[in-house]
Write a protein that binds this ligand. Structure first.
Ligand code: PMP
Length: 314
């Protein structure tokens, strides 16, 4: 996981020089907002997947965290293309981050601290593993709840809030599972530590609503669009925990995890414990689009024009 350059505060910096001060406010208090995005190789060049939607969410997270947004969506898209070109990457996992740096006070209200901005693009395969995309992952219901609205904003990707996701995933790993599914403050299904969750029951899809302390996932929205286009009914509704054991199929969605089947919950097989047909059909459309074998019907990909000297490179 390394690249030649990271864009930082308006400049392309060599990887080892992209550093922060140890008294940066964000390091102590989690005052950062970020995105996780991907560029896929399509027709020999990098294409940014759902770039504008990710940067719109980043700007929303800035607003919630009271951080100035620094760049517009269009400027962020330009920076992303520049970094991919500088790193000569045709595919990457991408991390824009806006955070409060080191000011002249250690107080919690860090609004006087300088705001720093980075964008890194690194090589990273599917988060839960290539094999998981076919065979599915084993998960547990986490003993950690998602923070309720009013305590934290699940809809904003704020660094400090990710201690909740870390608790969920570390507990799952320690118990021998690939991932945990957290319940919300009311005990209904919320989401994975870094993924939204979908259930299939009697050939219909169900997923928790925004009010169940979830992040409004961009992949979630793409999957809703794909599923509806395929003729499936998709219902966003409060999902009681026991539906996790009733579901015939289940899958995660997320930029890092992509569309990944869940084959068991709490050691109880989902359906017959294999990837189900609905999940496979949705995966085929999703991966078809991002790998360029299907038309990009909904305009999700933004191709990155390569440097003239790079054209024709194998
Ligand atoms: N929930 C959480 C808590 C996440 O961190 C992520 C990853 N960004 C998701 C869901 C999935 O969202 P997306 O599809 O936008 O990556």
């Amino acid at each position: 996981m390394r690249a030649d350059y990271i864009w930082m505060n308006g400049e392309m910096q060599p990887w080892d020089r992209a550093q922060v001060h140890v008294l940066a406010h964000a390091l102590h208090y989690g005052s950062s907002v970020f995105e996780g995005m991907r560029a896929y190789e399509v027709a020999g060049q990098a294409a940014i997947f759902c770039g504008p939607a990710h940067f719109e969410r980043l700007l929303f997270s800035c607003k919630v965290a009271r951080l100035p947004s620094v760049l517009t969506v269009e400027q962020w898209m330009g920076v992303t293309a520049d970094v991919l070109r500088a790193n000569r990457q045709r595919s990457a996992y991408m991390r824009p981050l806006v955070f409060r740096g080191c000011g002249d006070s250690m107080g919690l209200d860090g609004r006087k601290c300088p705001v720093e901005t980075i964008l890194a693009t690194v090589p990273w395969g599917s988060y839960l593993g290539e094999e998981a995309l076919q065979h599915g992952v084993d998960v547990q219901v986490s003993s950690w709840r998602r923070t309720g609205s009013g305590a934290a904003s699940a809809l904003a990707k704020i660094g400090g809030q990710y201690i909740s996701s870390q608790s969920i995933v570390m507990e799952a790993h320690d118990n021998g599972f690939s991932e945990g599914i957290a319940l919300d403050a009311h005990g209904d299904v919320s989401e994975g530590s870094g993924e939204n969750v979908f259930l299939v029951y009697k050939n219909e899809l169900f997923t928790p609503p925004l009010g169940s302390s979830i992040l409004s996932g961009i992949t979630r929205q793409c999957v809703i669009t794909i599923a509806k286009d395929l003729g499936y009914t998709v219902t966003e509704m409060t999902i009681p925990r026991e539906m996790l054991y009733l579901a015939e199929e289940m899958f995660f969605t997320g930029t890092a995890a992509e569309v990944c089947p869940v084959r068991s919950v709490d050691r109880t097989p989902v359906g017959d414990g294999k990837r189900g047909p609905v999940t496979k059909t949705i995966q085929d459309v999703f991966f078809g689009i991002v790998r360029g074998s299907r038309a990009d019907t909904w305009g999700w990909l933004t191709p990155v024009e390569v440097n003239p000297q790079e054209r024709g490179r194998p």
